[in-house]
Write a protein that binds this ligand. Structure first.
Ligand code: AOF
Ligand code: ZN
Length: 371
């Protein structure tokens, strides 16, 4: 087997480890690392939680072989090793001190605190550093992290459910409050997992008024995303559960006294949606799940301010209501679908996001299908 092939094979293993950091690493990237000596896997590591050890340190800590072989051991890291003192000390120092002589890196780190310095420092220490660079899966895996640095906005995931006759919400009587699910309860674990994967969750004022949602992660493992409410006309009540029961929330528009942070908007300035994305970017949040309602989803689609759309189709009919999003191949690519009980989820991607990120593997379910 040639060195190139085996480098790719080991990098694929490091990538698989990086994926283990799906939940709880944000706003940090997902990173995996393997240490390989003479074609043998010696140890592995991945970044498992923000504030915790980085992947390289985890792999070095897990190494139980003879330290004398480290100078003939290769470290495969999916992201350029960091060179800064952040929540943890620089990984480059740890790699240099270990005696390792060869490091294969999946892609450079766009964080300006690193941005090539990691590679330079390793090379200056005399190491053989290989940058695989054009490594599409790595970009997809860290699309949220990269979006913040390369596009100055969070990665935006839209979630919507529609009935067989195309409605996203039934007609409600004024006294009809609370969330009315169109899809079957089995889908809930998946959608709660989606919540845990993003740092913020955004809804329009209408959803707060009709559903009074909590937007927490209850049916899956992981942290609850921070709620963001678009309320340009100040329609939501200070008694909404998002404001009284969630410790932190951001309201775009609306009177003071709501949520934990209110960002005022003027009719001259950017609209509420753009302000929300700018606010999240300023707060260092790298992704947001938009959970509705249909009008907010439509706003995102019309403005082109979206990356993924996960559209759940229910076999139920509603007869009337608020229509779901209309999608055409001109502005949305269908990347795959999964059946989930009697419901079906379609995964759509914004073509401009697809071009920017450069790669989109077939969608995988993050939780097992019901048997
Ligand atoms: C690595 N290996 O496993 C990760 C890296 O706040 P800190 O100290 O955790 O630093 C976060 C930054 O470190 C993050 O923005 C990115 O530049 C880098 N992440 N680097 O060498 C890792 N997670
Ligand atoms: Zn590091």
């Amino acid at each position: 087997m040639s060195t190139v092939t085996s480098d790719e094979t080991w990098m694929a293993q490091a990538l698989a480890l990086a994926r283990k950091g799906d939940i709880g690493t944000a706003p940090n990237p997902r990173v995996g690392c393997v240490l390989v000596y003479e074609g043998q896997l010696m140890s592995k590591g991945w970044h498992a939680e923000v504030g915790g050890h980085h992947a390289e340190v985890m792999a070095l800590n897990a190494f139980t072989g003879d330290p004398d072989i480290l100078h003939r051991t290769t470290a495969y890291v999916t992201l350029e090793p960091c060179s800064h003192h952040g929540r943890t000390p620089p990984c480059v120092n740890r790699l240099i001190d270990s005696g390792i002589q060869r490091v294969v890196v999946g892609m450079t780190d766009p964080d300006p605190r690193v941005a090539g310095t990691g590679l330079t420092l390793l090379r200056e220490a005399g190491m053989d550093v290989v940058l695989m660079d054009v490594w599409p899966e790595g970009r997809w895996l860290n699309r949220r992290f990269l979006s913040a640095f390369e596009r100055n906005r969070p990665w935006v995931v839209l979630k919507c459910a529609v009935s067989a006759d195309g409605y996203a919400d039934p007609i409600r009587q004024p006294e009809q409050k609370g969330s009315l699910a169109i899809t079957n309860p089995k889908l809930k674990a998946l959608t709660h997992r989606w919540r845990a994967e993003e740092e913020a969750i955004l809804v329009g004022a209408g959803t707060v008024i009709t559903d009074d949602p909590l937007l927490t992660v209850r049916e899956a493992q992981g942290p609850s995303p921070m709620p963001v409410v678009l309320d340009p006309n100040g329609r939501t009540s200070p008694l909404a559960r998002l404001y009284t029961e969630r410790p932190k929330s951001v309201v775009i528009g609306g009177p003071n006294g709501l949520g934990d942070q209110v960002v005022q908007i003027s009719s001259q300035g950017p609209n509420a949606l753009l302000t929300a994305l700018n606010t999240l970017q300023d707060m260092g949040m790298r992704s947001v799940l938009v959970e509705g309602g249909p009008e907010t989803i439509r706003q995102c689609l019309t403005a082109g301010l979206w990356d993924e759309l996960r559209l759940a189709h229910s076999p139920r009919t509603l007869g009337a209501g608020l229509p779901g999003p209309e999608l055409s191949p001109d502005f949305a690519e269908l990347r795959g679908e999964h059946s989930f009980g009697e419901d079906r989820v379609e995964y759509w991607l914004n073509p401009s996001s697809s071009t920017w990120v450069g790669s989109c593997p077939p969608p995988t379910l993050s939780i097992p299908l019901p048997s």
